[in-house]
Write a protein that binds this ligand. Structure first.
Ligand code: SAM
Ligand code: SF4
Length: 355
């Protein structure tokens, strides 16, 4: 057993052993010399929306007993931090529908300034008004809110729920609590395609950055993927007819490439898995709410961290599982968006791995 790995035995999230970073076990470096410093941790596969590009209306969710407890999620995060992860994004499903999730934020937040530099989340915003202050108190500084449209009817059709007012209230509450909000919008052919400039203009007026995302063929969603797909090079060309886009060196450590729009003064990011591969700079690992580690969002490779965590020798087995993940992390994703009627590139929905 490696003595440098902190204990991962289940314990209450508020009981924290802070360790000196110098004690850390070997850093997470994969076969392609990419250093992993960023963990995206899903805390539930459940959601109160049903975005048509993410999941079907009648989605089958996992039995709750398969999902890791908050203590286990905390212990897992601790195992990653010990190996040099400095940034954690809590995601889902919808992370804010998980009961007592603020306890996990509070526990992890106590590590900020010690062995964690950033704790953040991606949310659909429906529950944000209830939690914004608690998140800020826990040490969260930035939040990504997914918002594809400002039109109530389009929102209701797209998410299959009439929740736009709650989301807007949540965004306002986050801002009022001092959180920096970034909006994520999936660019969708024929759905929000013509609204994107208005969404961007509105966001920039409110001082929110925006990132546009190309839809990815993950999971069966009962719709033809190719009918949803809007390449971002097309969107960019259209935006350039209206605005001046100036490339920025700015990065949040993710795959987005940013521009500043001269006329609005705001930042606009582009996440382009299809029209511009970004895998060479990948610095992340993703873990589902059941403790399955997927080294690549677009690959089927998987390592079972729950089995390691619940084994007789959790520390050693977790360390070995992380080494295995580094060994099998692929060089790049291979999903494509060019065949009508094709099966999903992966059966796994985005709500499993958290985007
Ligand atoms: N429920 C939260 C939310 O919507 O922000 C967090 C989880 S959601 C799976 C994370 C991100 O993935 C969201 O920004 C969502 O728009 C995006 N997403 C979901 N399915 C996608 C797909 N098939 N292609 C591209 N982005 C997708
Ligand atoms: Fe839920 Fe997020 Fe998927 Fe929409 S994108 S259904 S909000 S998990």
């Amino acid at each position: 057993m490696n003595d440098n790995v902190p204990p991962v035995s289940p314990r209450k999230p508020d009981l924290i052993v802070l360790r000196d970073a110098a004690e850390a076990a070997p850093p997470l470096i994969d076969r392609f010399q990419r250093r992993i410093t960023y963990l995206r941790l899903s805390v539930t596969d459940r959601c109160d929306l049903r975005c048509s590009y993410c999941m079907p209306e009648r989605m089958t969710f996992l039995p709750k007993k398969e999902v890791l407890s908050l203590e286990e999620l905390y212990d897992l995060a601790t195992g990653f931090i010990a190996r040099g992860v400095t940034k954690i994004r809590i995601t889902g499903g919808e992370p804010l529908v998980r009961r007592d999730i603020i306890d996990l934020f509070t526990a992890l937040g106590r590590r900020l300034g010690h062995d964690l530099t950033e704790l953040t989340l991606t949310t659909n915003g429906t529950q944000l008004a209830n939690h914004a202050e608690a998140l800020a108190k826990a040490g969260v500084k930035r939040v990504n809110v997914s918002l594809d449209t400002l039109d109530r009817e389009t929102f209701a059709a797209l998410t299959r729920r009439d929740s736009l007012p709650q989301v807007l209230e949540g965004i306002a509450a986050a801002k009022a609590a001092g959180l920096k909000v970034k909006l994520n919008a999936v660019a969708l052919k024929g759905t929000n395609e013509h609204e994107l400039p208005d969404l961007i203009a509105w966001a920039h007026q409110q001082d929110h950055d925006v990132t546009l995302i190309e839809v990815m063929p993950l999971g069966d969603v009962e719709e033809e993927r190719l009918d949803q797909y809007l390449p971002l090079d097309t969107v960019r060309a259209r935006l350039e007819e209206r605005w001046t886009l100036k490339p920025l060196a700015y990065s949040t450590g993710g795959p987005a490439r940013y521009d500043e729009i001269a006329e609005t003064g705001g930042r606009l990011g582009f996440i382009t898995p299809h029209t511009g591969n970004f895998c060479s700079g990948c610095n992340r690992l993703r873990v589902t709410a059941t403790g399955q580690l997927y080294p690549c969002l677009g690959g089927g490779e998987r390592v079972d961290l729950r089995a390691a965590l619940r084994s007789d020798a959790p520390e050693a087995n977790l360390a070995a599982a992380l080494d295995e993940a580094l060994r099998i992390k692929p060089e790049m994703h291979h999903f494509r968006m060019d065949t009508r009627g094709a099966d999903p590139a992966l059966a796994r929905h985005m709500s499993m791995t958290g985007g």
